[in-house]
Design a protein around this ligand. Structure first.
Ligand code: BJW
Length: 249
């Protein structure tokens, strides 16, 4: 595939590599993407309406149950070929004195479980919960929770440590993203629909700062035409071919 060779060449020429990952990276682990229709009991709900502070205020039991079920599902899933290939790309970059960072919109922790070292969770984590009263993270949570909603030790409620619509991204993550977008010379968006901001704007920021930009996605996105190159297909397959190309070439 000519595109794999071209991406491998861009990787060889890059000193600062930035990956922006989305739900498509974890799809092959069996974790539904955010915009897949919800199944079973949840099929009557719109995920965009559940993932909001308003939904949690209105019905904390319902929203806690949704996130708790997703937390249990994620813990039962394993990293896939895409996560594993990105661990290898990171190692290859370090062997060649390049920097490599994953800015992930996923909240499932699978990059870290696969062994990636530099992962910025820009939409937080489903595995870390904090008190609505003190904002303090609470450790050693029962799986599943005993009650919905779940109580924090300080009298507040537990809420998932994810970024809901209308909330700001974590300050430290935003600072890191700005730094990485300023110095990136290769930016690869993988398995993200490009409709949720601010992350959807980052490929264009990187491109305007001089980076070569590539999109890896099974389907076209509203941003596809703005990338320097597009690789159409499953993330696991494409990234595994990329590894063969850079290791073999
Ligand atoms: C494969 C594959 C395979 C499948 N291989 N590919 C500017 C303009 C308009 C609106 C806004 C704006 N700025 C801010 C907003 C509002 C809002 C927003 O963007 N709304 C849009 C819907 C329009 N953004 C925010 O509120 C953000 N906060 C913010 O900006 O604060 C400042 C502010 C506040 C208030 C007003 C204005 C400014 C916060 C966004 C937080 C997003 N949170 C979520 C939920 C996290 C918790 C949870 O999981 O429940 O994060 S939403 C959801 O979308 C989740 C994801 O991380 C995120 C992105 O989704 P992603 O990863 O792209 O997944 P999908 O499912 O959409 O797509 C999967 C893709 O994979 C598809 O393309 C498939 O083709 C592909 N694929 N299998 C390769 N095997």
């Amino acid at each position: 595939m000519k595109e794999i060779e071209a991406l491998a060449k861009a990787l060889r020429n890059a000193k600062h590599v930035v990956v922006l990952g989305g739900a498509g990276v974890s799809a092959e682990s069996g974790i539904p993407t955010f915009r897949d229709a919800l199944e079973g009991y949840w099929s009557k709900y719109d995920p965009e309406l559940l993932a909001t502070p308003e939904a949690f205020r209105r019905d904390p039991a319902l929203v806690t149950r949704w996130y708790d079920e997703r937390r249990q599902k994620v813990l039962a899933c394993q990293p896939n070929d895409a996560h594993r290939a990105l661990v290898e790309v990171e190692a290859w970059c370090h062997e060649h004195a390049s920097t490599f960072v994953i800015l992930t919109q996923n909240v499932d922790g699978l990059h870290q479980r696969a062994g990636s070292k530099d992962v910025v969770e820009v939409h937080g984590s489903l595995l870390k919960w904090r008190s609505t009263r003190s904002n303090q993270e609470v450790e050693d949570l029962p799986i599943p929770f005993r009650t919905y909603p779940a109580n924090a030790p300080d009298g507040g409620l537990l809420r998932p440590g994810v970024v809901w619509f209308g909330e700001n991204l974590p300050e430290l993550a935003v600072e890191r993203v700005e730094l990485e977008l300023a110095r990136a010379d290769l930016f690869i968006a993988i398995g993200t629909s490009g409709i949720v901001y601010p992350a959807a704007a980052w490929s264009e920021v990187a491109r305007q700062n001089g980076a070569f930009t590539a999109e890896i996605n099974r389907d076209p996105t509203p941003l596809s035409s703005s990338f320097n190159m597009v690789l159409r297909g499953n993330a696991g397959e494409i990234l595994t071919s990329l590894i063969s190309e850079i290791r073999g070439g």
